[in-house]
Design a protein around this ligand. Sequence first.
Ligand code: GAP
Length: 584
Amino acid sequence: MSRSDLVELAKRRGYFFQSAGAYGGVSGFYTYGPQGATLKANVEDAWRERFGVQEGHREIDAPTVMPEPVFEASGHLDTFDDMLVECPECGASHRADHLIEDETDIEEAESIAIPDVEDLIADHDLQCPDCGAELAGEPVEEFNLMFETSIGPGSSSPGYLRPETAQGIFVEFPQLAEYARNQLPFGITQIGKAYRNEISPRNSLVRTREFTQAELEHFVDPTEDVPDIDRVADVELTLYPADKQEEVEGVEYVTKTVREAVEDGLVHEWVAYYLGVGKQWYESIGVDMDRFRFRQHLSGELAHYAADCWDAEGEIDGDWYELAGFAYRSDYDLSKHDEYSDDDFTVFKQYDEPKVVERATVDPDMSYLGPEFGGAAGEVADALETLAERDRAAFEGDTVTVEVDGEEHEIPTEKTGFAVEEVKETGEHVMPHVVEPSIGIDRAVYAVLVHAYEIDEVEGDERTRLALEPEVAPTFVGVFPLMDKDGMGELARELTDDLRAAGFDATYDDSGNIGRRYRRQDEVGTPFCVTVDYDSLEDHTVTLRERDSTEQVRVPVAALPDLLEDLREGERTFADLDAPAPEQ
Ligand code: GAP
């Protein structure tokens, strides 16, 4: 299969196509057609079921536009950049690291520093892919990927389209922690649009400017919470650790179960847990596990917030693409929002028994500080309090020095009221750590389609089929009358209505011969077809045909809904059904 075969099929069969084609289209924006929108919704539902319901996490729905301070705190305004190089001849913009990866043997060029990237462009005589002009000597610059907007009239309130759904969870942490009764661990999921002003969007759904993310932020107490590894202990992982990427010629994987990966210290236990969940989920939606791996980020490649990260990657046309990131974000995000906002981003952890602890306090003599420091007296008092908490030894001499607004002030220790007291504490404030499985839904949909695309031969004829998993296939069953006459059309239409009422995505088709109708549904990816014929009018049975094997079996109309339900849920396979007969 070539990439263009799939893109052509996707357009013709209503999966996806470039948006606003009537106006020339804009790269990086795609519309899902009727089949694609349902496939995507089914993939999202499967994600909700696996990462939400089965893990006991709750979902929120935050805005896609957020005010500037959120992204100052998160670090996105400063550091969410890609490397841009512009063609001196035609003005086309390119991602410098992608040019290097495309034209040399170097992988993960994102982790290379800009001056080295400029050297590599010159050393390899890289040219503009659009017009062929030399790019050597052209400056490589950081380009921020955030889409900026103005909130309300005027420009006094800048806002940004969120580049990840995660920040919508982090900024609401104080409310969410309250909802969780301040009990760690707890997880919050969110699925929705994210926006990145990509320098050069490419490979259809793989790199777009508007896409859907499905993220889980699992808040844990790093000192005591551990994952329930037993739930995924035996899931086998194909791992591509950083050292194998850096030190070994060619590609060498390490295959380990989740438990082994944790016990060997290869993967952080929380990350390993979600690699197990992630693998189960990707397999359930139809990603081919022979074309799937987890690759550890190299140190220069880690996002500004990540302490460790493994990407789920899928192979497409011989290249590996990132499908998801599984990151240990430590307390980076919550600490930043705690520092930049007026809210408290910690949780109060109650002790089982109150503890008696020593606490250093101050009770400054304001009749001294007032005349001495005037309007700054209050700030000096606050600085003394902070210093007492942090550094008791600072109060051992005759004077204490504090800094306020960059200026040092010396205060006689006797005027600070410094004392060390024994107090009973009932708990402590904990800054939770975050483990984050971040899944790109569009890339999951694309991998599912690419891995489902197959060409085989049926009765000497070549056929194209999408071998989609029944769980995600947008159309579940096609219903055909042998011919639309003698009551067969009415019965097939009635059956279609009944199947829809029973919750199946059913389509009715009476155009062309039966063979053509089967091929049409094979190409759309419909797992089952039902044909109503003359016998159906007499004995109330129909032919049920399976897409992949093309085998057929005769079943009573009345049994059809239960049987299809079993097939969809994986309770039975087609081979379990009675006496399959060869295709007519
Ligand atoms: N909150 C973490 C985060 O956003 P990321 O690795 O930047 O991490 C997570 O993005 C996932 O989102 C990626 O693995 C990918 O599947 C998807 N994604 C990122 N940029 C994308 C783009 N431009 N087009 C389509 N999907 C994208």
